[in-house]
Design a protein around this ligand. Structure first.
Ligand code: NAP
Length: 259
């Protein structure tokens, strides 16, 4: 996929991987639109990237997706690439009885229902473009469960499964479907895990997105930067080893409840 002269919508572009995608794709000669929930963060991003276009929109809200679609199609009729990047990851102790039943599935609404609804809404428009692509950001944790963040892992393996099915169903449309299997990266998403994931190497987002962009340019439909490649290989040859490592992190974090 050539990454020049495209009109690209990135969900969650105010920090981390989404910001890095936006910054690089603008430099490469694309029109870039980003979303996020927090208007102040969108305004700060606009100051840092004056060419970026911003829309306040929450991917977990179907009405917001509909409104976003209407505004974007009116203003950017040549939109041809959708990057489903917005996501949230929480540490969740499933024995915590104070967790609200609505709140426990919040990551599903954002990380899984969000991309599915975005694609459903934008698909007819993307199909009508001469060239188009969808890029879904999953995680190395789509390949192996992470008991510290059980709902997050479920959303990412769910998104991976959905992405594979989507690729089959729309293969004749000409829309290219990519999965970026991102490894742990040094972004604000990981701030709340400081001290919990001892020894876990986090990739520089600049390097991660450079690998992602090269993969998209090479039509490499599943992209495994850094440690994701190792997790992929290990989960085939010795699936128990990585899962045991992941389990130890949760055992330590939730030691009091499990004793
Ligand atoms: N960092 C990692 O270690 C890692 C590893 C593997 C995969 N990933 C995946 O990479 C993607 C980006 O993560 P990141 O590390 O860059 O996180 P981040 O730095 O926390 O950025 C998340 C972005 O998503 C936006 N966002 C969150 N919830 C949203 C919602 N409901 N609607 C619209 N925008 C929303 C945030 O802005 P607002 O808060 O203002 O909405 C922000 O712009 C996620 O899908 C994540 O799961 C990250």
């Amino acid at each position: 996929m050539e990454l020049r002269d495209n009109t690209i919508l990135i969900t969650g572009g105010t920090s981390g991987l989404g910001y890095e995608f936006a910054s690089r794709l603008i430099d490469m000669g694309n029109t870039v639109i980003i979303t996020g929930r927090n208007q102040a963060k969108l305004d700060q991003t606009k100051k840092k990237l004056p060419l970026v276009h911003t829309f306040q929109s929450d991917v977990s809200d179907p009405l917001a997706i509909k409104a976003l679609y209407e505004s974007i199609i009116a203003e950017f009729p040549r939109l041809n690439i959708l990057i489903n990047n917005a996501g949230e990851m929480r540490k969740l102790n499933l024995q915590d009885t104070s967790i609200d039943l609505n709140d426990i599935v919040r990551e599903i609404d954002i990380n899984l229902s969000g991309p599915i609804r975005m694609i459903q809404q934008f698909l007819p428009h993307l199909k009508a473009q001469p060239k188009a692509a969808i890029i879904n950001v999953t995680s190395g944790l789509a390949l192996v469960p992470f008991p510290l963040s059980p709902i997050y892992g479920a959303t990412k393996s769910g998104l991976r499964s959905y992405t594979k099915s989507l690729r089959v169903q729309i293969k004749k449309t000409g829309i290219k479907v990519f999965e970026l299997v991102a490894p742990g990266a040094n972004t604000p998403l990981n701030d709340k895990f400081a001290g919990v994931q001892e020894g876990v190497q986090l990739m520089d987002p600049v390097k991660l997105i450079a690998v992602a962009l090269k993969g998209i340019q090479n039509d490499d439909y599943e992209i495994y930067p850094g440690l994701s490649k190792v997790i992929k290989m290990m989960s085939r040859i010795a699936p128990g080893v990585i899962f045991n490592q992941m389990s130890k992190i949760a055992d330590k974090a939730f030691a009091e409840t499990n004793s």
